[in-house]
Design a protein around this ligand. Structure first.
Ligand SMILES: [Zn+2]
Ligand SMILES: [Zn+2]
Length: 145
């Protein structure tokens, strides 16, 4: 599993590659702070995400690991060249976008600290994105800031 998370002390984002079982919590490559103080036993032994190891939030979701910027960039190129290609480029980029979208795997995300969990063998056990939970966490973090 690959985890992309932020250090709570120095705000440094980093990718950590994990292999179960985990004996020690990884530490920040920038300031040395222990990154995850909320690892559950099942996470340490089987990488099972029942809660976020970083912030202890039980709310995680999954979504397609699709690079929106790349998708959008393709459309822009398609539109810009559609005049010379008589619209054919639009068809091509739309198909390319669809193909990319189907090809990508799913990524697990934390509503609270936005940590990203890639190559998670149990990603299917997470729920899809829920706007209500998302808004709840947004209001919580906004009021505490
Ligand atoms: Zn740090
Ligand atoms: Zn979290």
């Amino acid at each position: 599993m690959n985890v992309y998370s932020r250090c709570i002390l120095c705000n440094h984002w980093q990718t950590i590659t994990l292999q179960a079982p985990i004996s020690l919590s990884p530490s920040c490559e920038s300031c040395g702070q222990i990154l995850w103080s909320h690892m559950t036993e099942t996470f340490q032994t089987e990488l099972k995400l029942t809660q976020c190891p970083q912030c202890a939030s039980p709310h995680l979701y999954r979504q397609k690991d699709f690079n929106r910027k790349l998708g959008l960039g393709l459309i822009v190129v398609g539109v810009a060249t559609s005049v010379i290609t008589y619209g054919l480029s639009l068809v091509v980029v739309t198909l390319l976008d669809l193909w990319l979208y189907r090809r990508v795997g799913e990524v697990g995300l934390c509503y609270q600290c936005h940590a990203q969990f890639r190559e998670d063998p149990n990603v299917q056990t997470l729920s899809p994105f829920d706007l209500e939970i998302h808004d709840y966490y947004r209001s919580v973090t906004a009021s505490s800031a």
